[in-house]
Structure formats: C-alpha cells, structure tokens
Design a protein around this ligand. Structure first.
Ligand code: 0A1
Ligand code: ZN
Length: 854
C-alpha cells in the first residue's frame, strides 16, 4: 500500500475467531435523553483455554458497575483504554459465566447518529457497522452472534426492539429475538409514533403483523412503503423460496439518518425520505427508490441476517447479494430492460469513477482504517455485478442450486466469500479460482474487440487489461462473460445471444457459415462490468440503435453516438449529425417503451463525459464540456422541435396520479422532451407545467428546467411557500438550486443557501441536499478559481467533529481531482491538504483525505 501506515489499520489476514462463545444477550434500557442507563447481562463460554475477555466500548460509556457471576473483579483485573475494556483471564471462571455491566450514556449529545441517539424527540439506534459499542461494552464484531432479550423502560408511548414482543405495558416493553444475531443488527426505537398496519401470511402459514411507524400526521404518506413490503415478502418466497421468520415486522421512519436504511432484525429503520411518499411530495424516481430499498432491507433478512458476514472485509457477501436481489425484484416489478440500463448508468457514474481514482479498492477489500468508509459503490453495485456474472456463467439452474445450498449450509452462520464461492463450486462442479479475482482485484478491466472477416467466417479478437489501482499494479486476466449477437445487413438478427467466456489476456472466437458480413452486437445486457473499446463508426452505431434486439446494446449504441459527438464538440471539433438523426427515428418509434425512448433522449451528463475523456487519455475541461452539452441539446431541440412538441403533448397521463411503471414511463418521456424544448422556448412550457401540475415528478422537472435557464425565482418561492414545513420537499428545494444553476452562479447560490436559518446542516439529508447538489453541478463545483473546492472543504471541516461519517462520505466529491488540469489539481489538493491538517480530524475523514492525497 502506498498509504501511510496507521495503528488503526485492520487487515483481513489478521482474522482470528473470538475466543468466547456468547450464548445469550440480555439488555435493559432505562431511557432518558441525557442519561440513559444500559444494563447488559452477557453469558459467555470460553471457546478453548483461558484468554482475556476483550469488549469494545469507547469513552462515551460511563461505567457504573461490572460483575462476573455477581461478583466484582479486583480493580487490577479490569483495564480500559479509549476503545475497549479488558478483563484479565484470571478473573474469569473456567466454564460458562455471566458478565453484567451497567453504563450510562447520553443520547442527546450523540450528533454522529451512531449508537443510540435522538431524532426529533424520538430515541433510535444505528449499529452497523460499529455503533453498538457506543451503547454498551460488547464484542462488537459480526461473527459473535447471540439471541437477544431486551427490556425497555420509558414513558414514550411506543417501545420497539428486535424479534417478537413478549410484554407490553405502560412504561415498559420486553422483546425477544430468538434468531442469534450480531450486535450490528440490534435496534431500539422509542417515541410518539403511529403505525399503518397490515398482515402477511407466509407460504407455510405464519401470520405476520406488519407495521410502518411514522410520526403522527405522516400516516397518509406511508401506504406505498407498506405495499412495497408486501410485494417484497411475496417475491422472496416465489423466487428464492425464503420465508419470513418472526411474528412481526416493523419499519420505522426517522428524519436523522446517515444512510438510506438499515436491516435490523425484524425492526428496519429507514431514512424518512425512503418511506414517506405522496403524489404531491414525491417523484416517480422517489417511488421507485422506496420500493427497491424496502425490498433491499427486507431481503437482508436472509442475505445478511440469517447468514451474516464473518468480518467486515466480507461486507459484499451480504451487500452485493442483496443489491443483486433487489435489482432482480425491481426488474420483475417494472421494465427489466429500463432497470438494467438505469443500473448500468449508476454503476458507471459511481463505481467506474471510484475505480478510476485514488479511492479504488477491491469488492472485498483486504485492509481498512474505518469500515464505514467502505460502504461504497464497489462493494454494493460492483458486488452485485459480480453475482450477475456468476449467474451468467453457471446458468439459472446452477444459480438456483447454489443459492439453495448456500441457505442450507450457512443458515445461522457468519460466512465468507470463500464459503460463497464454494457453494457454487459444489453445486455446479465449476472451478471458480480465476473468477475469484473479481473479488480480490480492484479496477475496471478494459476489453478491446477487433473483427476480421474472411470467407463467411467472422472472428472476434479480444484483449483484456486492468489498469493499476492503489496498492495493486499487476493484474492477471480474469474470466469475462461476453454476450454477443449478430445482426444481418438487413437488420434481422442472424445469431441470437451467445455467451463467450474469455479467460486469457488475448482470445478469439469465430462464427462460421455466414452469408454476408454481420454487425456485431457486443456485451449485450452489459454482461460484465468492463469498458469495451471497439473501433466502430457512427453509421454502424446508428444501425445498432435502429436494429439491435438487445435493449441494453441498443441504448448503448445511442449512448456511444452521443458521447462521441460530445467529446468531439468539447474539444472544438464538429459532431452530432448521426446522433441527432438516429434519435429522431427512435423518438418516433411508437413500438418502443416510452421509458426506453426517454433514456435515449437524455444526453449523457457532464460528469460522464469527463470520465469518458479521461479514460481516453484527455484532460477534461468542465466549461468546454458544459458548453458542448448545451450546444448539442439545443441542436437536438431545433432539429426535432415539432416531434418533441408532439411527444410532449401526447405523453400527458390522464386521470389521477399513479406511480405505476407505465404512467411513470410516459411522464419520463414527456419530461425528456420538455428538457430539450426548454432550450428553445425560453422556458414557457416549463412555467405553464409548473403552474398546473399537482404531482412532484412534473413540478420538479419543470423547476429544474427553469432554474437551468436562470428563471426559477417565482417557482422556487411558490414551492417554498407551499412546502416550507415539509422537510423532504425542502431538501429538494435546497438541492435543485445549486445543482441546476448556471455553473458561474452555483457557488454563490450554495453559499447564500447555507446562510439561511432553515439550512439545518446537522440533519444529514439537508447537508447532503445542499452540498451534494453543488457537487452534482460539474462545471460549477470544478470552477477554475477553486471556490467550489474551498466551499466544500470548509463545510466538511465544520461537519467532521459533529458527524464524521457524513463528512467522510461527502468528501468523495473530491475523488476525481487527479483528472483535471494543473490549476484545478493544485487547488483541489490544497483543499484536501487543509482538511488533512485539521486538528482533531476524525479517523473517517482522515482516511479518506489521505487516500485521495496519496
Ligand atoms: N446495511 C445497510 C446500510 C447501512 C450501512 C451503514 C449504516 O450506518 C453506518 C447504515 C446503513 C443497507 O445496506 O441498507
Ligand atoms: Zn444492504
């Protein structure tokens, strides 16, 4: 590793099982905002021989008492430092014993939202990855699993924890979770909440009570979350044969939450933005996201909870698989091809970007300083892609057999990637030694394809190469599934999809007996997360955009055309004619799904263009890219004005709003047309639409168009007046202004917004809304004078002492700094160095900035 060594660094190679078995965990909470008492009774048994008992627990735990089987150990047998408590082996009985501790903690002082904290007067917890150690002394590691018995004393009306309720009375509740679990899956909620209720009967007849808990007044926005939960439960039974295993399933929405949601056993806790939705406040994208995250957290019940991770290096074991499952679910609920294209776009925007820069790491990292910094697109989204490839290689039946074996063999265990690959080997007989490189080697492989044609034989010549990433220079070839089809000159498919398996650095595949030279449709369905480089002209791309039967490959052909035009335009060359022509045809193709047509009409974003230029060896110029994109959009609008206007009128969705996929698809196409038309109509349509529509999808779309044209004032005030008391809508209001502003105004706008009283920056959603909005304005954030970098760094340094996770997460806006010109690089580096030098910097932010500077 090129990074500086640190005493905090953890290594996969150092794994050792915990020397004790934890047989039972009993917790008793007496809740008070400033002084909560936590009593823990932990029954241990030594695994073998006598060792010291190490318990995680930091400075925030005020120890009141500690006994072993009821007796206090001698003072010199218990030692403490900033991170743990150690009980000397000599103080421990030979066999089973119970350690009882009582600590006092202060939830109202917990601004980092890790452990037990208070959000809007409600007690709640977040324990993944290492939050439980802020609640009590405990072996806070995922391979230590135990059944939990929890008692809560509190005057809050609703008291929840994991498992099944065993006692509920005024001021007291008792919960029992029979399924052994690690501490990171513990949860507690106490507050003034109301539930919307439903029930679900599992395939084997278990009657499960379902509740979505929200603050009074929010009940009418929780129905969609409940519907999504029921669909998820049914789907996991139908597709994976997985049933729910408790009598209740609770979901709670909280306003202060660092991430999206959390899969605590039987008590999922959600960021309220992923639960609450109504047509007036949520967009189609919000609805789709809610449906998929509810599914994701529910699916964790089997992939994460029943089978968990041995250690945090194995995070992708539960996250890659659960993302893969939620993607399958959404494909089944909505349009599979549109979902696939969306997932590839997200992967390229976030994961390829990560792989291209200083934060690149393997899907299964081998070292870290702060595990919270590894909840990344690589672990999640690339982790899911790797499973998709595995499924392609072993086939659907092989995958089903392997998964059945996985659940059977590892239920109740804390497993590893080796265990995961072994079930595939055992179930299918396939050797996965080479495949494992997808888990251990970072970086996006570059795949090149060249064609030769001779006497009715088409040969595809492939090479693969993975560029170096931090700490990994040489990467041997890996197995790559390449889905290929052939299209005849008349546009008919002559060879349906075939899966080629590449395993060497260089390899050829031939197709014989062909009458005329076909056009190759390669990497269909994005069969592997690689960058495919092929020499192909715009006319052939336009042909594929018109004829390819694989929706991904078809979309990709259009994307490539657009990117080709945009990179040329941004470098002062001509381009775009083929793309504009081909898009006109596709936009009028009434047989194509409107959502697909919308995807094809949307130009690649500026960040994507920059990534493409950098990958091709150029230095991206953010202002030139912004300009090129504007010019191409304007030309598209001018060329197809009538067509776009017809689409805009035709795609009105009649009747009351419904978030279903078909209606959303029509709105998506209508909005794409609006975005282009706004380039030439001065914003007239957007203004009218904003005034008359009542759904947030169209209102936001119109607002973005107006802000982009510098005409957002009236609409922004109207939205503010109507929704100033709705946090989630106000978050959108804070995002859209810096995000869609003309780049030259973005920083001033962000600064002005940051000075408002309602910029409640300690709320993670609000902070992300404003700073994330600015970072999403590519040319604005990367302003040549470095003001964007300075502004973000200033806020990260302010946030770090309050909430290090959020500061570290948002610092990834800097990860692309090495790709820009020298002036920008110098300014970004100066901002990073300022942060690195900050006194008292958190481990979270320190690790991120050090990796980015290295
Ligand atoms: N396991 C959750 C994500 C999550 C991770 C960390 C958290 O706090 C640091 C919170 C949530 C998921 O995959 O949804
Ligand atoms: Zn997850």
């Amino acid at each position: 590793m090129t990074r500086t060594d640190s005493p905090d660094r953890q290594f996969l190679a150092d794994y050792r099982p915990y020397p004790f078995i934890l047989e039972q965990t009993r917790l008793e909470f007496t809740l008070a905002p400033d002084a909560t008492r936590v009593r823990a009774d932990l029954t241990f048994r030594p695994r073998n021989g006598s060792e010291d008992l190490l318990l995680d627990g930091g400075k925030n735990l005020h120890l009141i008492s500690l006994t072993i089987d009821g007796r206090e150990p001698a003072a010199d047998q218990v030692t403490r430092d900033d991170e743990r408590l150690v009980i000397a082996a000599a103080a421990l009985p030979d066999g089973q014993f119970t350690l009882a501790t009582e600590v006092e903690i202060n939830p109202s002082a917990n601004t980092a939202f890790e452990g037990l904290y208070i959000s809007n007067g409600m007690f709640c917890t977040q324990c993944e990855a290492e939050g439980f150690r802020h609640i009590t002394f405990y072996p806070d590691r995922p391979d230590v699993m135990a059944p939990f018995q929890v008692t809560i004393h509190s005057d809050q009306p609703v008291l929840l924890s994991n498992g099944n309720p065993v006692r509920q009375e005024e001021g007291l509740a008792e919960w029992h979770d029979p399924w052994p679990k690690p501490a990171y899956l513990f949860a507690l909620v106490a507050g003034d909440l109301v539930a919307i209720e439903d029930r679900f009967t599992t395939a084997s007849g278990r009657d499960v009570a379902l509740n979505v808990w929200v603050r009074p007044g929010d009940e009418d926005r929780a129905g969609f979350a409940m519907e999504s939960l029921i669909k998820s439960m049914k789907w996991d039974e139908d597709v994976y044969r997985r049933e729910y295993d408790l009598d209740v399933f609770n979901i709670v929405a909280v306003d202060d939450f660092n991430m999206g949601a959390m899969e605590n056993k039987g008590l999922n806790i959600f960021n309220s933005k992923l639960v609450l939705a109504s047509p007036e406040t949520a967009t189609d994208a919000d609805y789709e996201r809610i449906e998929s995250v509810i599914a994701h957290e529910y699916f964790h019940n089997w992939t994460g909870n029943r089978i968990t991770c041995r250690d945090w290096f194995q995070l992708c074991l539960k996250e890659g698989l659960t993302v893969f499952r939620d993607q399958q679910f959404t494909s089944d609920m909505r349009s599979a091809s549109v979902k696939r294209i969306g997932d590839v776009q997200a992967l390229r925007a976030r994961q390829f970007r990560e792989d291209q820069g200083p934060l690149a790491h393997p899907v299964r990292p081998e070292e870290y300083e702060e595990i919270n910094n590894f909840y990344t697109a690589t672990v999640y989204e690339k982790g899911a892609e790797v499973i998709g490839m595995l499924k392609r290689l072993v086939g659907d039946d092989g995958y089903a057999r392997a998964l059945d074996l996985y659940f059977k063999r590892h239920d109740g265990e804390a497993a590893t990637i080796e265990d995961w690959l072994k079930v595939f080997e055992d179930a299918t007989g396939r050797d996965l030694t080479q495949f494992k490189r997808w888990y251990t080697d970072a970086g996006t492989p570059r795949l090149t394809m060249r064609e030769t044609w001779e006497n009715g034989r088409l040969t595809l010549h492939f090479t693969q190469h993975t560029p170096p990433t931090p700490g990994q220079n040489d990467k041997p070839p890996r197995v790559i599934p390449i889905a290929v089809g052939l299209i005849g000159p008349n546009g008919d498919e002559i060879e349906p999809t075939r899966m080629l398996e590449m395993s060497e650095a260089k390899q050829e595949f031939s197709f014989d007996g062909l009458g005329a030279r076909p056009v190759v449709s390669a990497l269909r369905g994005f069969s592997a997360p690689v960058i495919l480089e092929r020499n192909i002209d715009d006319a052939t791309r336009a042909f594929l955009l018109a004829h390819d039967t694989d929706p991904f490959a078809r979309w990709e052909a259009g994307r490539e055309l657009a990117l080709h035009a945009l990179t040329a335009l941004s470098q002062g060359q001509e381009g775009g004619a083929d793309y504009i022509g081909a898009i006109g045809q596709l936009a009028t193709d009434e047989d194509a799904d409107p959502a697909f047509r919308a995807l094809c009409l949307n130009l690649p974003g500026e960040e994507e263009i920059a990534t493409r230029l950098y990958a091709a060896g150029a230095i991206p110029d953010p202002d030139a890219i912004h300009d090129a994109r504007n010019r191409l959009a304007r030309r598209m609008a001018e060329t197809h004005a009538n067509l776009l206007s017809a689409i805009y009128d035709q795609m009105v969705v009649p009747g009351p709003y419904s978030p279903d996929a078909d209606s959303a698809a029509r709105r998506a196409l209508r909005i794409s047309a609006l975005g282009l038309l706004t380039r030439i109509d001065g914003g007239e349509r957007a203004e009218v639409l904003f005034g008359i529509t009542s759904n947030m999808t169209e209102r936001m779309a119109a607002l973005i168009c107006l802000v982009r044209r510098g005409r957002g004032g009236v609409a922004l005030s109207a939205l503010h007046d109507q929704f100033k008391d709705n946090r989630l809508v106000m978050d959108k209001w804070f995002t859209v202004q810096p995000m869609a502003a003309p780049p030259a105004d973005a920083i001033a706008i962000a600064r002005q917004l940051s000075e408002r009283r309602d910029f409640d920056w300690k709320n993670p959603n609000r902070f992300r809304a404003l700073l994330g909005g600015l970072a999403a304005n590519h040319a604005g954030f990367h302003a040549a004078d470095g003001k964007g970098y300075d502004f973000l760094a200033e806020w990260l340094m302010k946030m770090d002492p309050i909430n290090p996770q959020i500061a570290a997460r948002m610092s990834t806006a800097f990860e692309t700094w090495p790709r820009y010109d020298e002036n920008r690089r110098k300014r970004a580096l100066a901002a990073l160095e300022r942060m690195a030098a900050m006194k008292g910097i958190s481990r979270n932010l320190r690790e991120m900035v050090t990796r980015m500077i290295a």
